[in-house]
Design a protein around this ligand. Sequence first.
Ligand code: ATP
Length: 256
Amino acid sequence: MSTATTSTHEPAAAPETSANGGLVIQDLTVTYGVAQALFDVSLEVKGGTILAVLGVNGAGKSTLGRALSGLVPVTSGRIHFDGADITGLAPHRVSRAGLRYIPEGRGIFPGLSVADNLRQAVLQLGKANRKSAIDETFEVFPVLAQRRNQRAGSMSGGEQQMLAMSLSLVAGPRLIVADEMSLGLAPKMVSVVFASLERARSAGITIILIEQFIHRALAFADDCAIFSRGRVTWTGPAGTAGKEVLDSYLGEATDH
Ligand code: ATP
């Protein structure tokens, strides 16, 4: 099954900004059947920087994440990542290219132990590197080491998100799209999620942070894009997204 109507186009030359784990999205349009979810979205994320993607429910944030990772077809437009045109690639090829999507509340095998989740994730690495990748994960996330024999689905929400993050990091991605990782978590667990995002940041990984905790996201990110009804309505440095901007583009959602 073809995943994108634009996949038959000749790859376009990659814009320079997309080098070194950067992302350049040009005029991206996505439709579900007859319903259009994204309208001519254009965005740039420099390698190693963090973009917060904000917007009320239904604004198109998850659709952006799904389109970037090849999970929904792109109707038109182009996506350049890490110096290559990835428009229309199947999800496993996007992942192999180094772009990992952590979907809302998923991405782990809840019935498997923590250690077995990691063993699955490292299968994509060469045999010689698998054990050290798991050992390193346990060093970076000691809570996961303590829970190595526990069924992943029986951990707290924050710990499950920590595991989801570690499974993404194990393959050495250049860019992570984190989709509402703190959704439904207690404040203490939200801090756990941000600590694991901090790990990714310090490893130089580009991050697209789709978040409902607007102020935490803005404090963490370099830049911000606000979505409204499938369109980018505001972009700028995260520090300049003041109360006026948030009130006028997000309205009641600024309570967080
Ligand atoms: P939320 O914060 O609620 O997850 P969002 O900003 O991530 O919202 P999307 O989930 O991307 O928004 O949804 C964008 C639009 O596309 C909405 O109008 C939604 O109803 C629609 N939509 C999303 N998924 C589908 C689908 N599988 N089929 C049809 N329409 C969809």
